[in-house]
Design a protein around this ligand. Structure first.
Ligand code: FAD
Length: 401
């Protein structure tokens, strides 16, 4: 294969991380950046929770890719299929071979619908939906608003997923709507969580226990959806502690698929050989690859053990940009370090939100220290609904926040 193009920095993926890093690199004066992204649309995925909860329109979450790629960055409309760290090239699905001095890998995470038997068929059938897809999120709201009685099941898979709070958020939005409609008493709401507690940070877990109990939600801890019978409308849930299986007949279900690195990435030498999920093996502070010093990774495809969110990307992107710039200048030391910051704005009702912010230490890291951020709050709802989308499109993607 001949090399058909070369850029000083090549970025794989033009989602939240790719566009943020491109803008940051440009701001640091780096020219000659190539961004490889196959899609002509760019999504603000955090809004999909509100779409599923009937609080936003799906179209508000989309803009053209053209409008978010920084002007002087070369957008290569293609899909990467291989990386050759020795030759310093990436190969694309349309047969191109693109060279780099430094490579930034951020193609996001893969939704493994087929890992749970029946899940893919279930979301194509009338009673099941998932906010993890732009196309399906409006269906979630259709199911919620047409439900008056019966059993509603909300599930979360084990292993890292993007936005670990999203499987719970939609349960609370639904329960609050049903309470407003006066039908919550006629609906059994079951929340299936793989973890022993409701959140990794104890103070937020305690608040979520209170919220779930307030709605009368039946929380199944240490449990997981292992099979769906789409015709019979049965969810098979295993309890990993008691080692028992339960069949729950549902009238509506919201599922979240298991997730892992994209298959093509798992097959490269960038993946951590010890991790079957196949994320790019980076140092958790510098975000540089542990074996290939010309390669960096961030966002959902990176192995750093933070919670996978756009909020984490907002803190990772400046670190990667500064470290790539230093590496280009042949500096021995990398100047910037990521501390694991992530945040999860958990919608606890149709008007309230709990802003869970934390870092690698799993201690709360509030951005607004003067208010009590350990409780659900009405003012935080406005941050989620209006503040964060504004921050995303106007500041984060333009290297201003
Ligand atoms: P993405 O933004 O997914 O971008 C990956 C990009 O790579 C895509 O544009 C894709 O087309 C491209 N790509 C894929 N394969 C290839 C390839 N082979 N070659 C080239 N390009 C490729 N985060 C929050 O901070 N707060 C929230 O409240 C929140 N809620 C969420 C709710 C839901 C329902 C979902 C689904 C996500 C939520 N997130 C939230 C998570 C957030 O959206 C992601 O963590 C973030 O988008 C990760 O950025 P990324 O660039 O790594 O991946």
């Amino acid at each position: 294969m001949t090399m058909e193009a070369h850029h000083k920095v090549v970025i794989v993926g033009g989602g939240t991380a790719g566009v943020s890093v491109a803008a940051r690199l440009q701001r640091l004066g780096i020219r000659d950046i190539g961004l490889i992204e196959p899609s002509t649309t760019h999504y603000y995925q955090p809004l999909w929770t509100l779409v599923g909860g009937g609080r936003a329109k799906a179209t508000e979450s989309v803009r053209s890719q053209q409008s978010v790629v920084p002007r002087s960055v070369a957008w290569i409309r293609s899909r990467v299929e291989s990386v050759n760290p020795e030759e310093r090239t990436v190969g694309t699905a349309d047969g191109r071979n693109i060279g780099y001095d430094k490579l930034v890998v951020c193609p996001g995470i893969q939704l493994d619908w087929d890992t749970v038997p029946g899940m893919a068929q279930a979301v194509a059938a009338p009673q099941t939906s998932s906010n993890y897809s732009y196309e399906l999120a409006p269906k979630t709201w259709d199911l919620i608003r047409s439900m008056r009685s019966g059993t509603a099941v909300f599930t979360m898979p084990s292993g890292p997923i993007k936005c670990g709070g999203a499987p719970q958020k939609i349960a609370y939005l639904a329960a609050d709507h049903w309470r407003e409609q006066g039908v919550l008493k006629d609906i059994r709401v079951v929340l299936v969580l793989p973890t022993p507690s409701m959140f990794g940070v104890p103070v937020f877990a305690a608040e979520l226990e209170r919220v779930a109990a307030g709605y009368g939600i039946e929380v199944r801890r240490n449990s997981e959806l292992v099979e769906v019978d789409p015709d019979g409308r049965d969810a098979v849930v295993v309890d990993h502690e008691s080692k028992t299986k339960d069949r729950i007949r549902f009238d509506m279900m919201h599922v979240v698929p298991p997730q892992s690195a994209p298959d093509w990435l798992k097959a490269t030498s960038l993946a951590d050989p010890a991790d079957p999920a196949g994320y790019v093996e980076v140092d958790k502070h510098t975000l540089r690859h542990v074996r290939h010093p010309d390669i960096f990774a961030l966002g959902d495809a990176g192995s750093s053990p933070n919670s996978k969110t756009g909020a984490a990307v907002r803190k990772q992107a400046p670190v990667v940009a500064r470290n790539v710039a230093a590496a280009l200048a042949q500096s021995d030391a990398l100047p910037a370090s990521y501390d694991g910051y992530s945040s999860c704005p958990i919608t606890t009702s149709r008007h309230r939100m709990l802003l869970a912010e934390f870092d690698y230490t799993l201690q709360p890291r509030p951005s607004f220290p003067l208010i009590d951020a350990t409780r659900e709050r009405r003012d935080m709802w406005y941050l989620k609904r209006y503040g964060l989308p504004f921050l995303y499109w106007n500041l984060m993607l333009r290297a201003r926040a």
